[in-house]
Design a protein around this ligand. Structure first.
Ligand SMILES: *Cc1c(COP(=O)(O)O)cnc(C)c1O
Length: 388
């Protein structure tokens, strides 16, 4: 018998496990708003990006159901062939109005939106300037593009300034790419200074609004709007899968940008269109998010309350603001044990370990939604203060 060509995986996995990094999928059940069922236990769900609690909203579910009944479930083709329905167009139009841009392009996921957009905007002769804590899909998009990658320290606009100055004249085009709200730290990028730098050095600025849309800024228009620079961000990437409770990614920008992406973003061109039902659900969620500002206000209120409680107990929450509250632990196995103790007490709080976060910065990541209550937040805050 020849050796299994995959047998190398055993040794590599053993090494991975010995560092406390092994992970596995856990199937959850359905549960009410703000709750999760795992292993037969119902827990308060602090592990969801469904910030406005719209994924399970009956109006959103009904929008998906009726679009699926009308258009069928799968889109059947890529958008440029026949996978773009009236439901996709209606969502794109509403999103463009919401974002106050000319147009919007839709992608299969937010990950695909960043990957395809970055690779369509820059190539071998260009440079990308990327925050050290950027989401994996910005990093992978940079690698895919084959542009020169310059990583600057987290939120350090001065270092970015120095890098741009040093590189002046060396590249055909430059792209500054950043999360608007950092996914594992919950803090905002310094978008004002970044917009200034982009203008000063003639660079394109891409902001990933995955955790900004719906929660931050006037009407929930995102981190760039919260910093007053939305119209100075040439490329705004968003996802339908977080505050909008659906699935899919989008880019909002000028007609020039969107036409370019429709012709050159390979993750849009060579992948099947979103289900029309996903587009219809996101469109309904967007309408609800705008009509019910209490959702955004509630999640921000809960975040502020939890942060105040934790800080009062001497617990480090970094620069977080909004719906994401990280509790820094350090060692991976300590973060996992903390998560297990909270679970025994009725709370689902995921432990986030490397390589999702830098080595030595494992943490609990509490994400709040509009479905949570003051009392739930109070209880988890008390448990953490008591040393859970
Ligand atoms: C979740 C996330 C994405 C990916 O979005 P999906 O629609 O889930 O693929 C992109 N960027 C950031 C910052 C994210 O947190």
């Amino acid at each position: 018998m020849p050796d299994d060509p995959l047998s190398w995986i055993d040794e590599e996995s053993a090494h991975w496990s010995s560092r406390g990094l092994a992970r596995r999928l856990r199937a959850r059940g359905g549960a009410g708003p703000g709750l999760i069922v795992v292993g037969g236990q119902t827990l308060v769900h602090f592990g969801s990006n469904d910030y406005l609690a719209l994924a399970g909203d009956p109006r959103v579910v009904e929008a998906a159901r009726s679009a699926a009944a009308f258009y069928g479930w799968g889109a059947g083709a890529s958008p440029l062939i026949a996978g773009w329905t009236e439901a996709h167009q209606a969502l794109a139009d509403d999103l463009a109005r919401f974002e106050r841009t000319d147009a919007v392009a839709l992608f299969p996921t937010g990950f695909a939106a960043n990957l395809g957009t970055i690779a369509a905007l820059v190539g071998k002769e260009d440079a990308i300037y990327s925050d050290r804590l950027n989401h994996a899909c910005l990093i992978d998009g940079a690698r895919l593009s084959r542009a020169t990658l310059r990583v600057y320290p987290h939120n350090d606009a001065d270092r970015l300034d120095a890098l741009l100055a040093r590189d002046q004249g060396r590249f055909r085009r430059s792209l500054i790419a950043t999360d608007g709200v950092f996914s594992m730290d919950g803090d905002l990028a310094p978008l004002g200074p970044l917009a200034d730098l982009a203008e000063r050095f003639g660079a394109m600025l891409l902001v990933d609004e995955a955790h900004g849309t719906g929660v931050f800024g006037p009407d929930g228009r995102g981190a760039a709007a919260a910093c007053g620079v939305a119209e100075r961000v040439a490329v705004r990437v968003g996802t339908l899968s977080k505050s909008l409770g659906s699935v899919g990614g989008f880019v909002a920008g000028s007609q020039r940008l969107i036409d370019w992406l429709v012709n050159h973003a390979r993750t849009l061109i060579y992948s099947t269109g979103l289900p029309a039902a996903a587009a219809a659900a996101a469109r309904e969620a967007l309408a609800i998010a705008r009509a019910e500002p209490w959702r955004r206000e509630q999640v921000v209120h809960l975040g502020d309350r939890l942060r105040a409680h934790l800080k009062g107990a001497g617990i480090e929450v970094g620069g977080s603001t909004g719906a994401i509250v990280p509790v820094l632990i350090g060692a991976s196995d300590d973060a996992v044990s903390a998560s297990e103790r909270l679970r025994a007490a009725g709370f689902f709080v995921p432990a986030i370990r490397p390589p999702t976060v830098p080595d030595g910065t494992a943490r609990l990541r509490i994400s709040l939604t509009a479905a949570h209550t003051d009392e739930q937040v109070e209880r988890v805050g008390r448990l953490l203060a008591e040393g859970y």
